[in-house]
Ligand binder design. Structure first.
Ligand code: NAD
Ligand code: LMR
Length: 302
């Protein structure tokens, strides 16, 4: 029932009138480093704050030599978290532990829930208007955790909290065109639900491509378990990092362009939805239109 719906996300104001500040939390990690590189190359980023418990001064110094406009600064250790996040427009969160073979994303909950909660609490204090982009798994749970922290502070705004599910649609486009041909960059696949196994629901019928039942079954399974493919191939050394960095950079770029006034930008995201809440599903991944359209909360996509 949510398949054709697009939520219009409004931005009342940017967190600051200065050049947009993006903070990456977990910036020294497997996702954090390539994501920070891609953001340093993004012309819409004015200031790039790189925070981690380790190595960020080095990563920051390295990236700062690239001759693009974003001014980079590395922050290390818990006592620098708040200064790193202060007045950020966007906080991207790939902090936390990744899966090893045999684990589910839920197995990461015990460690990552606390990490994400701590980051959200700092954001409430120093960047209450930031848009928080949650990459840390299990996304189906870490997004509600961030939301609860903002609710407790009485500043919850669902238009500012996003679970990054972009990798699911990136994979879906790749896997579909691998068997059916075509340009993967021009073959969008709407993926809804959540970001974990069978909660990842690709809407292959909406692509306009003809699939056999066997193709639908095989593609659906591959899209749902694409993360496991990478976890197993890495053999205990982590999960998807480079493709996730691409996906996270794409979502951040879309949001930055929307914050700058561009219209009609649609990305998938795992968000709080009033429509979903009415049906007992508060958080749901679907296509979301990013933009200034304050006052319009929902529209049916044709
Ligand atoms: P990683 O271990 O390589 O990097 C994680 C980084 O987080 C490390 O540098 C670590 O020092 C840092 N960190 C840990 N605790 C922190 C804290 N309290 N504050 C700041 N930084 C902290 O892991 P990774 O491969 O980059 O994956 C990170 C997370 O992203 C995992 O939970 C993984 O499951 C998730 N992930 C999500 C998606 C998605 O589609 N949403 C895709 C891939 C990975
Ligand atoms: C992914 O989809 O690649 C991520 O959620 C990481 C994982 O654990 O599979």
């Amino acid at each position: 029932m949510f398949a054709n719906r697009v939520i219009i996300r409004g931005f009342a104001s940017s967190a600051s009138s200065l050049a947009p500040k993006v903070a990456v939390v977990g910036a020294a990690g497997g996702i954090g480093q390539p994501l920070s590189l891609l953001l340093k190359l993004n012309p819409h980023v004015g200031r790039l704050a790189l925070y981690d418990l380790v190595n960020t001064p080095g990563v920051g110094a390295d990236l700062s030599h690239i001759n693009t406009q974003a001014v980079v600064k590395g922050y290390k250790g818990a006592d620098q978290l708040e200064v790193a996040l202060k007045d950020a427009d966007i906080i991207v969160v790939p902090a936390g532990v990744p899966r090893k073979p045999g684990m589910t994303r839920d197995d990461l909950f015990k460690i990552n829930a606390g990490i994400v909660k701590g980051i959200a609490e700092a954001a409430v204090k120093v960047a209450p208007k930031a848009h928080i982009l949650v990459i840390s798994n299990p996304v189906n749970s870490t997004v509600p955790i961030v939301a609860e922290v903002f609710k407790k502070a009485k500043i919850f705004d669902p238009r500012r909290i996003y679970g990054v599910t972009t990798l699911d649609v990136v994979r879906a486009s790749t896997f579909v065109t691998t068997i059916k041909g075509g340009n993967p960059t021009k073959t969008p696949v709407h993926v809804i639900g959540g970001h974990s196994g069978v909660t990842i629901i690709p809407l292959l019928s909406q692509t306009g491509i003809n699939f056999t039942k066997e193709e639908v079954d095989a593609l659906t399974h591959r899209i749902q378990f694409g993360g496991d493919e990478v976890v197993e191939a890495k053999g205990g050394l982590g999960s998807a990092t480079l493709s996730m960095a691409h996906a996270g950079a794409r979502f951040t770029d879309s949001l930055l362009r929307a914050l700058a006034g561009a219209e009609g930008i649609v990305e998938p995201s795992y968000v709080y939805s009033e429509v979903g809440a009415k049906h007992g599903v508060e958080y749901f991944a679907t296509n979301v239109e990013l933009g200034y359209s304050i006052g319009v909360s929902l529209r049916v996509c044709t």
